[in-house]
Write a protein that binds this ligand. Structure first.
Ligand SMILES: NC(=O)c1ccc[n+]([C@@H]2O[C@H](COP(=O)([O-])OP(=O)(O)OC[C@H]3O[C@@H](n4cnc5c(N)ncnc54)[C@H](O)[C@@H]3O)[C@@H](O)[C@H]2O)c1
Length: 367
């Protein structure tokens, strides 16, 4: 059986370890912080307990999962792994340093994967002795629940390494979608207009609850503001600012003032007890103009991403539906509304936008 190493036993690392251990892989895991190592097995038991209680996992399978999970004191204990997945702190120097050390410990053909959300896979591979075995393997939180995994090659990644990792992740029950090594990959990038366009409307005076109500009526499980409240306005602002910087300040990623104001107010969402709409329960109320405006910008963003290469309409649709729990993907939105309606909506928004924001609504080449 293939041995998989996980480095970093925080939220993501432990979740990723659980995915593979549950599927019968031997998982070796470590963390620099001793309490994280010492508590990992107990935390895994706690994560499995509700599923055992609900009858979704037999006590025997839970025990087997635990038996496949071994915590080791340091990187030297990971030597037998065919694949190492890092889920450590989101700092490029820390990740580069880790990969360089792993190169000296793991067998030459082993594969190094990063779970980064915001760093470039290309830059993480730079300076390594064997960059061809580096790739991105981006899980979503909570990893054992979310089916989607984005698989991110850089220009020099060995196709055989990609094929192997795809096979292993699929064996762990994941739907694997190839994503380009661009800021935000597919999901975190294509999600931007869902929040951004809603915030633009809020700034112009449409109440948050009305916008959420319109998106619920359009089939979404959560409106943009309820989703920000769930994730945390601070986390959402950091993701938005990260992408805005990575995309050289393009107005399609503009962090609108109401999001900053919300963070400054301290009402970050569920975790603080109040947010844009939380704790109020928003009820669906159709407003096709609001839904069309948000979906037009979602479809346009996906078309811009498609034009950059390295993905497909089907890949983007699947990633967005699984990664964001959306009822349809951006290309399904495009088909539903028709490109004429999308183009007309964008051109109307551009006409009304101040000069510096007009490029936000420029139609992608595919339109
Ligand atoms: N939280 C999410 O929703 C999410 C989703 C997808 C990807 N990610 C990415 O996954 C990675 C981990 O995120 P997280 O939320 O699990 O963080 P976390 O803070 O919960 O866990 C990180 C763990 O890594 C350990 N660590 C730090 N430096 C280390 C090192 N050099 N060697 C070994 N262990 C080290 C820390 O002690 C900590 O236990 C980050 O790159 C993040 O961007 C996070």
């Amino acid at each position: 059986m293939t041995t998989i190493a996980v480095i970093g036993l925080g939220t993501m690392g432990l979740g990723i370890a659980q995915c593979f251990a549950q599927a019968g892989f031997d998982v070796l895991a470590t963390d620099t912080h001793a309490p994280m190592r010492d508590s990992a097995a107990d935390r895994l038991v706690q994560n499995l307990a509700p599923r055992v209680k609900a009858g979704k996992l037999s006590p025997e399978d839970a025990a087997a999962t635990l038996a496949h999970f071994t915590v080791v004191p340091d990187l030297n204990g990971l030597a037998t792994a065919a694949l190492a997945i890092e889920a450590i702190v989101e700092r490029i120097e820390a990740k580069q340093d880790l990969f360089a050390r792993l190169e000296g410990i793991l067998a030459p053909h082993s594969i190094l994967a990063t779970n980064t959300s915001s760093l470039s896979v290309t830059s993480l591979a730079q300076g390594l002795a064997r960059p061809e075995r580096v790739l991105g393997l981006h899980f979503f939180n909570p990893a054992p629940v979310m089916r989607l995994v984005e698989l991110i090659p850089h220009a020099g990644t060995d196709p055989q390494a990609l094929a192997k990792v795809r096979e292993w992740a699929e064996a762990a029950g994941k739907t694997v979608i190839t994503a380009p090594d661009r800021p935000g990959f597919i999901v975190n990038r294509c999600a931007r207009p869902f929040y951004g366009e809603a915030l633009a409307m809020l700034e112009a005076g449409t109440p948050a609850a009305r916008i959420d109500a319109a998106m619920l009526a359009a089939g979404y499980r959560l409106g943009p503001f309820a989703l920000i409240d769930l994730i945390g306005a601070d986390i959402n602002l950091a993701a938005t600012e990260g992408l805005y910087a990575a995309m050289d300040g393009h107005p399609r990623y503009f962090p609108f003032a109401p999001l900053r104001a919300q963070v400054a107010s301290g009402h970050l969402g569920r975790k603080t007890g109040a947010g844009f709409v939380f704790p109020a329960e928003v009820v669906a109320h159709a407003d096709p103009m609001i839904a069309l405006r948000i979906e037009a910008t979602l479809a346009n963003e996906a078309l811009w991403l498609l034009a950059e290469g390295g993905t497909t309409p089907e890949g983007i649709d699947t990633a967005v539906k699984l990664g964001l729990n959306f009822p349809r993907g951006p290309f399904e939105m495009l088909a539903q509304h028709g490109s004429a309606a999308i183009k007309a909506t964008l051109s109307d928004l551009a006409a009304r936008a101040p000069d510096q924001m007009k490029p936000r609504y420029a139609p992608a080449p595919g339109l």
